[in-house]
Ligand binder design. Structure first.
Ligand code: KG4
Ligand code: ZN
Length: 344
């Protein structure tokens, strides 16, 4: 399982998105938990049915235990415990972010360690050197907003629905790249590998810059009202924002790959759906002979397959969870060390 190619097979994957949150412009924890409770049983039943197996064929039950909204996590953890107990199989505790690292390997057997991993989701932005599964060195992380969070906030400023990342990407495609130039977050030409911000990210400043651009590009006299700016301006702002974020993500990831001498870059998390990001990463990496692997959308955004795949890894190492397993809002990823001193 730690070999050069991933040989696990995905039998079925059911994804149920909670559209209810679109109405509120964000996730409402209480509603999320209640919807988990209502949906979990039929969703798992459909997944088992789709795999064409009987419950008795299940070897283990993997479940996300951290990080996240505890109310929603507890619904999953309680259900998983009950299922594991009922079928007499082990329970496996999975860390959500470790699962995002595994996700791409499900459909790209070569997306396995050693690689430089870029995790870009709604809650996290992390640059990780993955020497082997379970052996992670944190090179950099965001100091404020996550990349996906920035996309979502900018989407809101542009009057787009939540979650807004994919809408920003679509709008940016029609945008003029030279109209709005936002400074590249956390990128300075004189950064050295030992600079504290060499690998780190920050996305709250660009959100403010976008807010100002939105204000000034409103038609004269309309400033201050809640209407989004005129269409071409919206597309141009979306493009300027996306280009700036992508430049930072690509540059920092390349720095990580170069310093740890990796031949592969693996992207994970919802923002990895962004084709402009994937394209830009490939362009930069190919000139250095580095391969870039990105998950397909169903495996980039949150999904159960990546939890099962990570569970398989922990099962193979005998790491099962007790039936009094708890859920945690925050928790360090297992196997993650802090540090910029990358072993070669
Ligand atoms: O990994 P994920 O499904 O959930 C978390 O663990 O947070 O990531 C969701 C995030 C949202 O912020 C969403 O706007 C963003 O991924 N996202 C995108 C795109 N598709 C989803 N961001 C930029 N471009 C996209 N195409
Ligand atoms: Zn996620």
């Amino acid at each position: 399982m730690d070999g050069t190619a991933d040989e696990s097979t995905l039998r079925s994957l059911i994804i149920l998105s909670q559209d209810a949150h679109t109405v509120y412009g964000g996730v409402v924890p209480e509603i999320a938990s209640r919807m988990h409770l209502a949906s979990l049983v039929p969703v798992v039943d459909r997944a088992i049915e789709g795999a064409g197996i009987d419950r008795s064929a299940i070897d283990a039950v993997a479940v996300t235990v951290a990080p996240g909204l505890v109310g929603a996590l507890l619904v999953g953890v309680s259900y998983a415990k009950a299922l594991a107990f009922a079928i007499g199989r082990p329970l496996i505790a999975v860390h959500h972010l470790e699962a995002h690292l595994f996700a791409t390997s499900i459909e790209h057997p070569q997306a396995v360690p050693p690689f430089t991993g870029l995790l870009v989701s709604g809650g996290h932005t992390m640059l990780i050197d993955v020497r082997a599964w379970g052996d992670y060195t944190l090179l950099g992380a965001t100091r404020d907003d996550a990349a996906g969070e920035a996309f979502d906030k900018v989407a809101k400023l542009l009057g787009l629905p939540y979650p807004g990342g994919r809408h920003v990407e679509t709008l940016a495609r029609q945008g003029n790249p030279s109209r709005f130039h936002f400074s590249r977050p956390m990128l300075r030409s004189n950064q050295e590998p030992d600079s504290p911000d060499y690998f780190d990210f920050s996305f709250s400043g660009i959100k403010t810059a976008v807010m100002n651009a939105v204000r000034t590009s409103l038609p004269a006299g309309a400033a201050g009202n809640a209407e989004p700016p005129a269409d071409s301006a919206r597309a141009d702002i979306a493009r300027g924002f996306q280009d700036a974020v992508i430049d930072t993500l690509v540059e920092k990831t390349m720095r990580g790959a170069m310093i740890s001498q990796r031949q592969r870059i693996v992207l994970g998390g919802g923002v990895a759906c962004n084709q402009a990001l994937v394209g830009a990463m490939r362009d930069r990496a190919s000139s250095r002979g580095i391969d870039v692997f990105a998950p397909t959308p169903r495996l980039a955004t949150d999904n159960a397959a990546m939890i099962a795949r990570t569970g398989l890894f922990h099962l193979a190492h005998g790491r099962t969870a007790p039936l009094d397993q708890n859920a945690y809002a925050t928790q360090q990823m297992p196997g993650l060390r802090n540090g910029r001193t990358v072993e070669r």
